[in-house]
Design a protein around this ligand. Structure first.
Ligand code: GLU
Length: 441
């Protein structure tokens, strides 16, 4: 690590003790930018690293709401407005019991570089709550969303901060949040993305994260003169992101042979089909949070309870669930089984040990902030459509997404060659830093 980065990082460790996810994400970026810091002394005199690691603003608030029994429940809501150098704060809301400030700061920090890579004018932000929608009724989720937005609405706006979905926040939650924003602000504009089709949502947004990730993998493969058809792919998770990956990869002839839920994983040697992919999504949205029934429905597939999906041999592994879901041991297993490529689709899905192991073994590894940027990119396209009071066709959105993913891939390669972690960090960082310097203090 560069001496300036080391100094800032040590200070950060003291002031953010215990925020392990946040520190992990900062360390990864700082480890990548030594050559950039060497080349430009202004980065230090403008205190860019300090200013990039302290969120511009953190909003934290109480969310009291009424449950189905008429009892009062209380959660904590947050919005971390991390960096606005490139545009309005932009990033999702996560509703999960594991949400805390460390997690949201890591996600907001990552989002800043990810959004920079998209080529679109978006700053970085993230928010959410320790509320878990699983097992809650629709009315409870609506009550919670209304209460959450009752405070959040005053801090966001189409040119200020534009939240979207993330874990636990899908089309239903965005609908309730949008309705409440509209009532409180007496205005109808694109203040959230991931909206429903017909009331401001963009075609292609639901699929965008997964589709974009597969386009990124196609670019990685083409550097090896290979293509995705016939490749064995293993994914983790079975939510929106896993669904998008399975859908796109399957449509391009790849064989998605395994996915996972919190209860274990499904092995389907025959490979997934569109019907199977749709059923996987249905299982996730049932609210029961179990993958096991897939094996009862589709003959030939098997369920492995409480085991990690990374023991399944594959050509390409694509973690699609949550941060740090793939550790050093998992990486060693994948490598021993001959994995050729790992594309992180979840944010920081691999631990540092896993990422290092892939690099040391010469296994192509690309980080979430580049691979999954298609999701927020199409959110950016949704903002453009809302601002222009119109809609684009699915083909237009897809063409733009393909161009964006190709540009992100090229930027990573230009800055890092086969080291996609360094490439993404350097390319993302440079643009944010240049804007911060230009905008003064
Ligand atoms: N939560 C997604 C992400 O991690 C999407 C954010 C957005 O669309 O604003 O990038």
């Amino acid at each position: 690590m560069h001496e300036y980065a080391q100094r800032v990082f040590s200070e950060l460790q003291k002031k953010n003790a215990g925020e392990s996810e946040f520190l992990q994400s900062v360390e990864e970026v700082f480890d990548s930018i030594t050559s950039v810091l060497d080349a430009d002394p202004k980065l230090e005199s403008f205190r860019i690293l300090e200013r990039m690691t302290i969120p511009e603003r953190i909003i934290s608030f109480q969310v009291p709401w009424i449950d189905r029994n008429g009892d009062i429940q209380v959660n904590t809501g947050y919005r971390v407005q991390f960096n606005s150098a490139l545009g309005p704060y932009k990033g999702g809301l996560r509703f999960a019991s594991s949400v805390n400030l460390s997690v949201l700061k890591f996600l907001g920090f990552e989002q800043t570089f990810k959004n920079s890579l998209t080529t679109l004018p978006m700053g970085g932000g993230k928010g959410g709550s320790d509320f878990d929608p699983r097992g809650r009724t629709d009315v409870e989720v609506m009550n919670f969303c209304n209460a959450f937005m009752r405070e959040l609405y005053r801090h966001i706006g189409p040119d200020v901060d534009v939240p979207a979905g993330d874990l636990g926040v899908g089309a239903r939650e965005i609908g309730y949040l949008f309705g409440q924003y509209k009532r409180l602000s007496h205005s109808f504009h694109g203040v959230l993305t991931g909206k429903g089709l017909g009331w401001g949502g963009s075609l292609g947004r639901a699929e965008a994260t997964g589709a974009g990730a597969v386009y990124f993998v196609e670019h990685m493969l083409s550097r090896k003169n290979e293509n995705i058809a016939g490749k064995r792919i293993v994914i983790s998770g079975f939510g929106n992101v896993a669904w998008g990956v399975a859908l796109k990869a399957t449509s391009l002839g790849a064989k998605v042979v395994a996915f996972s839920g919190p209860d274990g994983y499904i092995l389907d040697e025959a490979g997934m089909t569109p019907e199977k992919v749709a059923y996987m999504a249905e299982l996730r949205s049932s609210g029961k949070d179990i993958a096991a029934p897939y094996a009862e429905k589709f003959a030939g597939s098997k369920f492995f309870a409480s085991r990690k999906v990374w023991e399944v041999p594959c050509d390409i592994a694509m973690p699609c669930a949550i941060q740090n879901e793939l550790n050093g041991d998992d990486a060693a297993t994948l490598a021993a089984n001959g994995v050729k490529m790992v594309a992180e689709v979840s944010n920081m899905g691999c631990t540092p040990e896993a990422a290092h192991l892939f690099r040391d073994k010469g296994i192509a590894f690309a980080p979430g902030k580049a691979v999954n940027a298609g999701g927020v990119a199409v959110s950016g396209l949704e903002m453009s459509q809302n601002a222009a009071h119109g809609y684009w066709s699915a083909a237009e959105v897809d063409a733009k997404l393909r161009t964006i993913m190709s540009d992100i891939h090229s930027a990573c390669v230009a800055a890092g060659d086969w080291d996609y972690v360094a490439g993404a960090n350097i390319a993302g960082f440079r643009k944010v830093a240049a804007a911060m310097i230009a905008q003064g203090v």
